[in-house]
Design a protein around this ligand. Structure first.
Ligand code: C5P
Length: 221
């Protein structure tokens, strides 16, 4: 039977992750955090001390790294890499930068393709990433492209990190976000771009709940 997919693509800090999780819960659908797969390969490559300039070692790492998504006893989502809980390490800027570097290698992207498609199970899937609507699930009936100004994305990230007690400056976050945007948009394979049939939602100045409602309206249209 046809399993519906809602793809939610956009740059880092657009609110994709939070919105996707909430929308998946509201619909009762499965959820794929594809960025976490790229981050996991980046982190595993770091653990194994691999050279980020050695594509064949990274491709092997992409095939060999086991990634499991599960909830702990308190109902919080955790990510296990080769059986070890790496949830906190995955969220660091170091992991994000490693993910962005390895994500530019076509064979790494190819290695992760089937794994991402396997998340498509009844009754439906919400898939969050950069190329969900363009490359991984081009036949998805519902596609959303979320944006927000770079300044607003930096501020959201700043608040998140401050709440966690991490000390950073807004300025350095803004610079990192702009650098990552440029790398993700300019790479030759699966650059960040909206699918032609995606609805664009600019989340600048919108609360999470408003964005969730708009996405649900789009799915139920
Ligand atoms: O979404 P998140 O910030 O976790 O993604 C981390 C990095 O992984 C992104 O900067 C991007 O380079 C890469 N990525 C990707 N394709 C995806 C998801 C993430 O290239 N579908």
């Amino acid at each position: 039977p046809f399993v519906p997919v809602l793809t939610i693509d956009g740059p880092s800090g657009s609110g994709k992750g939070t919105v996707s999780r909430l929308v998946a819960a509201r619909l009762g659908w499965h959820y794929l955090d594809s960025g976490a797969l790229y981050r996991a390969v980046g982190v595993a490559a770091g653990w194994a001390d691999l050279d980020l300039a050695d594509p064949s070692a990274l491709v092997r790492c992409a095939f060999d790294t086991q990634v499991e998504f599960r909830e702990n006893g308190a109902g919080e989502p955790r990510v296990l890499i080769n059986g070890l809980d790496a949830t906190d390490e995955l969220r660091t800027e170091t992991a994000g930068a490693a993910a962005s570097a390895i994500a530019a290698i076509p064979e790494v992207r190819a290695a992760l393709k089937d794994r991402q498609r396997a998340f498509r199970r009844p009754p439906g899937l919400v898939a969050d990433g950069r190329d969900m609507g363009t490359v991984i699930f081009p036949d998805a009936p519902h596609k959303v492209f979320l944006t927000a100004s770079a300044e607003e994305r930096a501020e959201r990230r700043y608040k998140q990190l401050k709440d966690k007690g991490v000390s950073v400056t807004l300025d350095s976050l803004l610079r990192e976000i702009l650098a990552r945007d440029a790398r993700d948009a300019q790479r030759a394979v699966a650059p960040l771009r909206p699918a032609e049939d995606a609805v664009h939602i600019d989340t600048t100045g919108l609360g999470i709940d408003e964005v969730v409602e708009r996405v649900l309206q789009w799915v139920r249209r």
